[in-house]
Ligand binder design. Structure first.
Ligand code: GRF
Length: 194
């Protein structure tokens, strides 16, 4: 499977996917990291794994549609089949969605539909909810909406701080994203594990 990963920031999910030999052996080929922030740490992570980086800044285009069209032009020759969003801080428009229908997957650090949008972990912590979690879903035109593929719970511990909770959520994210991609690879390889 030829994939592109889109990210804007730290890139711990990107790295969890990029370093996985299990995914590589199952056929995952990360052709490119697409990043909209020239200084994002995820770029260094991509370089470490020798994954090509495409930096495309929204501010270089008159609107989001043309920005996405510029990205599509670069993805076409790479024959990208799936796009994995991993901390990509932009709402995807019908331009990209139309080109890759049901082929763009996102990860979000809450049990959607609760706490969609920014600062989900902080808001879940502040709410006092005893259980939060992680959602992986296909995207549509909304913010953190679209058909859910997998949700895992993360329990808030008595002495948790927002940081310790966030740390466990990120660990859960890394395992989950790898598993969802592995399931997708196996499905596409005709291996039905269920
Ligand atoms: C993750 O919490 C992800 O769920 C959200 O953005 C964060 C990205 O973290 N969409 P990282 O850049 O992968 O470390």
């Amino acid at each position: 499977m030829r994939a592109a990963i889109f990210a804007s920031g730290n890139g711990s999910n990107f790295e969890a996917i990029a370093k996985s030999n299990e995914l590589k052996n199952a056929g995952l080929e990360i052709e490119v990291l697409v990043c909209d922030q020239p200084d994002a740490h995820v770029i260094q992570r991509a370089q470490k794994y020798h994954i090509p980086v495409l930096v495309v800044k929204l501010s270089d285009y008159p609107n989001r549609g043309l920005y996405e069209q510029a990205i599509i032009e670069k993805l076409i020759p790479l024959k990208i089949e799936y796009i994995f969003l991993a901390g990509y801080m932009r709402v995807v428009t019908p331009v990209l969605l139309g080109k890759y229908p049901k082929r763009i997957i996102n990860i979000h650090p809450s049990l959607l539909p609760k706490f969609s949008g920014l600062e989900a972990i902080e808001r879940a912590f502040a709410s006092g909810d005893e259980v939060t979690g992680v959602t992986i879903h296909y995207i549509d035109e909304g913010v953190d909406t679209g058909p859910i593929i997998k949700q895992n719970k993360v329990v808030r511990l008595k002495n948790d701080t927002v940081d310790s909770l966030a740390q466990r959520i990120h660990q859960t994210e890394h395992q989950m994203y790898r598993q969802v991609i592995l399931d997708l690879l196996n499905k596409n390889n005709g291996v039905d594990k269920k």
